[in-house]
Design a protein around this ligand. Structure first.
Ligand SMILES: Cc1cc2nc3c(=O)[nH]c(=O)nc-3n(C[C@H](O)[C@H](O)[C@H](O)COP(=O)(O)OP(=O)(O)OC[C@H]3O[C@@H](n4cnc5c(N)ncnc54)[C@H](O)[C@@H]3O)c2cc1C
Length: 508
């Protein structure tokens, strides 16, 4: 593909060195790291609002008050002083206001076989699991030691260039389900260790140890609410980016990456205008990235693997206002699972009963969200339509799914009076986050996506890179790490890890 010869319509005062497509946390983190290293980043976002999954939206509650709901930032892990997310924000130079969650019970796992409170910290979790499964003390110890070991072996998660599993793709090829079987965990222990799998969106047979350990581990070690929600993160990152000379343009959907010979040359926007830059980073769903790059940017084996890689199960999320006995529930997330086997989350039914992960942040008092799974096939009739313009049948289906999920929440969280304000379907995620399959986190993290021949950040074109949650782990921390990792690919991974570590070692 040749760079289009016509001159760019949107000429800028200072030409960007690096165009970053996508303003989610991965794109913004990469932009700031590169700006700190002398690049002139330009971030292009298709939507009118930046932030990707950190976007928030506003609706009127039944009592007439306006409420702002979070979409993809209910809580974030590793945010205590000295932990990874705290260090990455500190390196980026942003001060994100946060509030620690309930130390005794930040996640309440509610299963037919009984409730379990997940406390903060692996050691506290180990003690709680040993009390719950007294005959399995040794197995609990083995599992927790393994989780810590895997996390410590991932170079970016441990901020250790010398971490021995840093490039060990085999860690992505052992599933957490197989691992728990191999150590002989009882069904109850297995359930309790797997119940937070909706944090990464993959069932136990498909979720690699290298995803489960850092994602669940970061939640366990330092879970916090973000005061002001996802927008607080986006605004802080954008202010910092501008201070460093970077720029953001919204309403700028990119339709094509341009290359010249074997190098990146820029991008083409939907309106036909062209922007030139020697570096282009696609910070988005890897399948969406594939659609923008020349077909040979990734090897054939990788393209085949990506074509076969499953998407996360779709999302159905109800947003509303809660009153009543809030003190009994606020400050924790509630994983209300219909079966003792947490994999039930990945097998949703149109007719219920359903599972729900309920979030009631004390930082936005009275607001709740209840998230469950939904199949994209249920919405096939409306594939050609765009949010929010859909017909009465679509609204009826949304109502049915809302009734299913709310029946679970009302039954399992008595004492609350809940009023529904709106709901999101997999099509909403498809349209707002540009995840082609409407999956909760886009591409399902797993062996096809991250194993041998999985998604790579480099392409065969010099200066053309891919990043975002789908190139690593989902979540604010996981996606932010991918932003640092792509910058590391460009600047030198080990040097950047050392720099982040040394610049964030000093006490706050
Ligand atoms: C319902 C839900 C709840 C979640 N809850 C939590 C939580 O509580 N805690 C947590 O840590 N994580 C949570 N997550 C996950 C987390 O929000 C995401 O994994 C993370 O924000 C993804 O960041 P990203 O940078 O990979 O990309 P995204 O945030 O997906 O951003 C990608 C951006 O690229 C843009 N884009 C795509 N194609 C183009 C194009 N061609 N041109 C221009 N722009 C383009 C998109 O518009 C989008 O803005 C949640 C996610 C969802 C959906």
């Amino acid at each position: 593909m040749e760079a289009t010869p016509h001159a760019p319509r949107n000429e800028r005062a200072v030409a960007p060195t690096t165009i970053i497509v996508g303003s989610g946390i991965s794109g913004l983190a990469a932009a700031i790291v590169l700006a700190r290293h002398g690049r002139k980043p330009l971030v292009l976002e298709a939507h009118n609002v930046p932030g990707g999954c950190m976007q928030m939206f506003q609706r009127r509650a039944p009592d007439g008050t306006m409420c702002r709901f979070d979409t993809g930032v209910h809580y974030v892990g590793s945010l205590s002083a000295g932990q990874l997310m705290w260090r990455l924000f500190r390196y980026l130079g942003v001060d994100v206001p946060t509030q620690p969650m309930n130390r005794e019970c930040f996640d309440r796992i509610s299963l037919p076989g009984g409730d379990f409170c997940v406390p903060v910290g692996w050691d506290a979790v180990g003690s709680a699991l040993k009390r719950e499964c007294p005959a399995e003390g040794a197995t609990v110890g083995t599992c927790i030691a393994r989780m810590k070991e895997v996390e410590a072996s991932l170079n970016w998660h441990a901020l250790a260039p010398e971490a021995d599993g840093a490039y060990d793709r085999s860690l992505y090829e052992v599933s957490i389900g197989d691992y728990l079987r191999s150590v002989g965990a009882s069904p109850r222990l297995r359930s309790l260790l797997l119940a937070q799998s909706s944090l990464y969106g993959a069932p136990s047979h498909a979720a690699p140890l290298a995803i489960h350990a850092p994602v669940v581990g970061s939640a366990i070690q330092g879970p916090h609410y973000v005061v002001g929600g996802g927008e607080a993160i986006t605004h802080a990152l954008l202010e910092r980016l501008r201070d460093l000379g970077g720029e953001l343009r919204t309403r700028s959907p990119v339709v094509r990456v341009l290359v010249e010979g074997d190098r990146a040359a820029g991008i083409e926007l939907q309106d036909g205008s062209v922007l030139h830059a020697p570096e282009v980073i696609l910070a988005m769903h890897p399948r969406a990235a594939l659609g923008l790059m020349p077909p040979d940017a990734w090897r054939g084996t990788l393209r085949e693997r990506l074509a076969a890689a499953p998407e996360c199960v779709g999302l159905f999320c109800v947003y509303g206002v809660a009153e009543g006995d809030l003190d009994a529930y606020a400050g924790s997330n509630h994983y209300l699972l219909r079966d003792d086997d947490p994999d039930c989350f990945y097998d949703p039914s149109l007719h219920g009963p359903t599972d729900a992960v309920v979030n009631l942040p004390p930082t936005s008092p009275r607001l709740f969200s209840a998230m469950g799974a939904a199949r994209m096939e249920w919405f096939e009739r409306w594939h050609g339509t765009r949010t929010p313009r859909r017909d009465a049948d679509y609204r009826a289906l949304k109502q049915q799914l809302t009734d299913n999920i709310m029946a679970t929440v009302r039954h399992r969280m008595p004492g609350l009076r809940l009023q529904v304000v709106d709901a999101a379907t997999p099509l909403t995620i498809r349209d707002y986050a540009r995840y082609p399959g409407g999956g909760i986190y886009g591409l399902q993290p797993g062996m096809s996506a991250q194993g041998r021949n999985g998604v790579r950040r480099r392409t065969r074109y010099a200066g053309l890179y891919v990043t975002g949650a789908g190139t690593g782990a989902p979540g604010i921390l996981g996606a932010c790490v991918t932003g640092f990792a792509v910058a590391g690919t460009m600047l030198g991974t080990d040097a950047l890890i050392r720099e982040v570590r040394s610049m964030t070692d000093a006490p706050a």
